[in-house]
Design a protein around this ligand. Structure first.
Ligand SMILES: [Zn+2]
Length: 223
């Protein structure tokens, strides 16, 4: 266990730390860190199997004169189903980062707004690729500030049903399941529907909504 970081390890970590400031997070492998104050990094979550990598990060941080807190870490099980439950549990405890006075889980998440933030480069197995990046803005009922969430974080908070719901152009589009479609046809319910490609009435469509058959509900009528 007497691991010593190489110079490359230290330089690489230092370069990342230089980009961090209080309030910024850093995801590395199966670990998520959060910079809480100047030169202080907290380990927010890691998988069971990332125990040793997380320990090594601590050794490098010590050499760079950073503080490292691991007391509140959420350990995510290696088993995918258990991991999902743990991550949902962690997400359910997130507070509004602006006022710290409301759980994000209590926001009106069904009314969250999907934003296309343009193209971003990411390193994948195929080298450097361009991807459209999306965030989901949810609004705090206490302080009215927008809280941008990544699509994955949003799906953890709302579950699958609301994840496949998209509020756009004064409509709520909801992807219909096979059961929904059968129910609509058999019961001849009066549902307005559409099929979704990459663009809908001039709006770029979030990736998970592309290729879905949706019901359309005017947002005003719901209120
Ligand atoms: Zn707030």
């Amino acid at each position: 266990m007497n691991w010593e970081p190489s110079e490359v390890d230290i330089e690489w970590t230092e370069a990342i730390l230089e980009t961090l400031e209080p309030g910024k997070s850093w995801v590395e492998g199966e670990m998520t860190f959060f910079c809480t104050e100047d030169k202080t990094l907290s380990l927010v979550s890691r998988t069971e199997r990332a125990k040793e990598p997380a320990r090594r990060v601590g050794i490098v941080l010590e050499k760079l004169g950073w503080n490292y807190f691991t007391d509140d870490v959420a350990v995510i099980p290696d088993d995918p189903l258990e991991a999902m439950e743990t991550m949902q549990q962690v997400a359910s405890e997130w507070d509004c980062p602006h006022c710290n006075d409301e759980r994000i889980a209590n926001f009106d998440l069904e009314r969250a707004v999907w934003n296309n933030d343009g193209m971003h480069t990411a390193i994948t197995e195929n080298g450097v690729e361009e991807f459209p990046r999306w965030t989901v803005n949810a609004y705090c009922p206490q302080c009215s500030e927008a809280v941008p969430l990544s699509p994955i974080d949003y799906s953890l908070l709302v579950g699958e049903d609301s994840f496949y719901t998209w509020n756009v152009n004064k409509y709520t589009l909801k992807a219909m399941s096979r059961e929904d479609i059968i129910d609509m046809v058999d019961n001849k319910t009066n549902v307005v529907t559409d099929v979704i490609g990459t663009e809908w009435h001039g709006m770029a469509v979030p990736p998970h909504m592309q290729g879905t058959f949706v019901s359309m509900t005017p947002i005003d009528e719901e209120e």
